[in-house]
Design a protein around this ligand. Structure first.
Ligand code: GTP
Ligand code: MG
Length: 316
């Protein structure tokens, strides 16, 4: 790792931040040292996940939010997370345009991130990239991800709040419940409100949220936007800032941060223990035990116990 990387990150230099995120994306062993030093920094910048179905207008909304952050004198870091792509090399095709818009603006950092390598999942990478952006002094950190499965849950685990973006065509109550989006959302946006059905969806959502809201949790607010025309964006920004302020005051943000810290430590321990555990001998024992279905030598639990006790199949 180049000596200047850490001071570069702390000084908010785009190149240094980009390099660090590439180390994370590639599971480069150099990242361990990076984090020892970054954790001396203030990493409290709020982390916001934006998720929703493909084409809902997430990127358009994020662009609008970037401009709103800037006009409120806030710097911003944005990462488009693509859990389905193994490696992005830093840019999703559709995101190049907006990256160019801010290419020379040190107040904004934008890039895409995929997942390569076996160590750790997307949740950890998102968390680590958030740490780098926070250390670089960004005031607001935004992760955009397409909600098509595990991806949005991984991202939700690594952020302080999750914004779910829907469109008037997003469907009825049952579909929304099934999609599990209601569980992870702290704030809803009904985008494409220039289309028919936006009011209906917004009021249906409010109803559902009122009835199903989890005890002890704020009822997620619902905002209507037309991102392509910038409509509803100042209200959304204000709603977001208010929610974050409230969470800062009532301690929820700190709880999120500590939970993330703890799960990061447990995940690292799990990874390290597994790495040490799987010696060639143990891998061979497993291969032998499961060489063919007819000769499987016991239940998975039995084989796991043999391996944990460091015995061979013959000892049993
Ligand atoms: N009518 C209308 N179109 C919109 C609105 N917001 C975004 N769009 C359009 O919807 C399309 C998809 O917008 P994106 O911002 O790329 O959507 P996305 O959710 O980021 O898409 P993926 O990242 O591919 O999942 C584009 O053609 C936008 O111009 C809106 O408020 N109204
Ligand atoms: Mg997008």
């Amino acid at each position: 790792m180049s000596k200047n990387l850490i001071p570069g990150i702390i000084a908010g230099e785009t190149g240094a931040v980009a390099k660090a995120i590439t180390l994370i994306e590639n599971d480069d062993p150099l990242q361990d040292r990076l984090f020892s030093e970054l954790y001396t920094q203030n990493l409290r910048a709020p982390r916001v996940g934006i998720t929703g179905p493909p084409g809902a207008g997430k990127s358009t909304l994020v662009n609008e939010l970037i401009d709103t952050c800037l006009s409120n004198k806030k710097t911003v870091g944005v990462i488009a997370v693509d859990p389905t792509s193994p490696f992005t090399g830093g840019a999703l095709l559709g995101d190049r345009v907006r990256m160019n818009k801010y290419a020379w603006d040190e107040r904004v950092f934008i890039r895409s991130m995929g997942s390569r390598g076996n160590r750790g999942g997307m949740a950890r990478k998102v968390q680590d990239a958030g740490d780098v952006l926070a250390a670089s002094g960004k005031d607001m950190i935004i992760f955009e991800t397409v909600g098509v499965g595990q991806g949005e849950y991984d991202v939700a685990k690594a952020t302080d709040i999750t914004i779910v973006v829907l469109v008037p065509e997003s469907g009825d109550e049952i579909q929304l419940m099934k999609a599990g989006l209601i569980e992870i959302a702290d704030l809803f946006v009904v985008n494409k409100s220039d289309r028919e059905g936006a009011n209906h969806l917004a009021s249906m959502l409010k109803n559902v949220l009122h009835n199903f809201s989890k005890h002890g949790r704020q009822e997620p607010p619902v905002f209507k936007t037309t991102a392509t025309q910038g409509l509803g964006i100042p209200e959304l920004y204000l709603g977001l800032v208010n929610l974050l302020d409230l969470m800062e005051t009532n301690g929820q943000l700190d709880t999120c941060r500590m939970e993330r810290f703890k799960s990061r430590v447990s995940e690292l321990i799990r990874e390290k223990l597994e790495d040490e555990f799987w010696t060639i001998e143990k891998t061979t024992v497993l291969e032998q035990a499961a060489s063919s279905l007819d000769t499987v030598l016991g239940a998975p639990m039995d084989i796991a116990n043999i391996l944990l006790k460091n015995r061979t199949l013959d000892d049993n």
